[in-house]
Design a protein around this ligand. Structure first.
Ligand SMILES: NC(=O)c1ccc[n+]([C@@H]2O[C@H](COP(=O)([O-])OP(=O)(O)OC[C@H]3O[C@@H](n4cnc5c(N)ncnc54)[C@H](O)[C@@H]3O)[C@@H](O)[C@H]2O)c1
Length: 257
């Protein structure tokens, strides 16, 4: 077990990629805090149509330990509560996975300024707040890790201005935070997923999904477990000299120029 007893906060872990990461961490013996605005998993139109159990139920089936703390990561008092309750319950924080994120489709003329604020408020400001408030605890860990779930859209357009900007900023924040906490032995890295089969894709048409599949050299779309295994590596001792970097996990979709 690579993450035995490592106390891990995973934001957005009720559904999709966060849930996939939580289940892989549980298999590796981590103690998990599910920080999501809702405990019920999202059901997608194309993917994750039949998910009914909570992430905690699945973790308990694996014989691991988890708690749910209701958290909106764009709300400062929720994030403070998340850190306080985690430390009260488990006694510290070893790993923070900043996974929670939202997407509002549309180009600059479609989305409102309020929608820009909403996306950036969760996907960038929210990541900053959880990181800022977790660092005082993570620096006390022997195995401190911060893992950001960014996106292939950090490196290119096509997902709307707010989403693309926030994800690119998270990649650069990863480097800045890595410089800050390296002296405490804490690593900070980003994973940039390509198309992963989750409810976030509900806005797409079947033709869009087919086109994503055709652009993926590995011949299938991604599943949450693909990101979960990459996150286990970045959380484990095997990656202790890797920091400030971004790992594309996209089935090769970005390999073509
Ligand atoms: N699915 C993909 O193809 C893909 C690709 C690249 C990056 N990502 C990123 O991966 C992350 C997870 O996406 P997903 O596909 O699993 O999405 P999802 O919509 O399936 O799940 C997102 C989870 O985050 C929670 N959440 C949303 N806003 C929150 C908030 N303010 N506070 C706390 N929890 C909140 C939701 O309740 C949900 O449980 C996001 O950051 C997303 O941008 C996804």
């Amino acid at each position: 077990m690579q993450l035995k007893n490592r106390i891990s906060i995973i934001t957005g872990a009720s559904s999709g990629i966060g849930r996939g990461i939580a289940l892989e961490f549980a298999q590796e013996g981590a103690k998990i805090v599910i920080a999501d605005r809702q405990e019920k998993p999202l059901k997608g139109k194309y993917h994750e149509k039949d998910v009914t159990t909570t992430t905690i139920q699945e973790i308990q089936n694996l014989g691991a330990e988890a708690i749910y703390i209701q958290t909106d990561i764009s709300n400062e008092s929720d994030v403070k509560n998340l850190m306080n309750k985690t430390v009260q319950h488990f006694g510290g924080i070893d790993i923070l996975v900043n996974n929670a994120g939202i997407h509002i489709p549309g180009e600059s003329q479609d989305i409102s300024i309020q929608e820009w604020d909403k996306v950036v408020g969760v996907n960038l400001r929210g990541v900053f707040m959880t990181t800022k408030l977790a660092i005082p605890h993570i620096v006390n860990s022997e195995h401190g890790r911060i893992i950001q779930i960014a996106s292939v859209h950090a490196f290119g357009g096509g997902a709307g201005p707010a989403y693309a900007s926030a994800k690119a900023a998270v990649v650069n924040m990863t480097k800045d935070t890595a410089l800050e906490v390296g002296k405490h032995g804490v690593t900070v890295n980003a994973i940039c997923p390509g198309y992963i089969e989750t409810a976030i894709q509900d806005y797409l048409s079947p033709e869009d999904i087919q086109s994503s599949l055709e652009k993926t050299p590995m011949g299938r779309l991604g599943i949450p477990k693909d990101i979960g295994r990459a996150a286990v590596f970045l959380a484990s001792d095997d990656s202790e000299w890797i920091t400030g970097t971004s790992l594309l996990v996209d089935g090769g979709a970005c390999a073509k120029t």
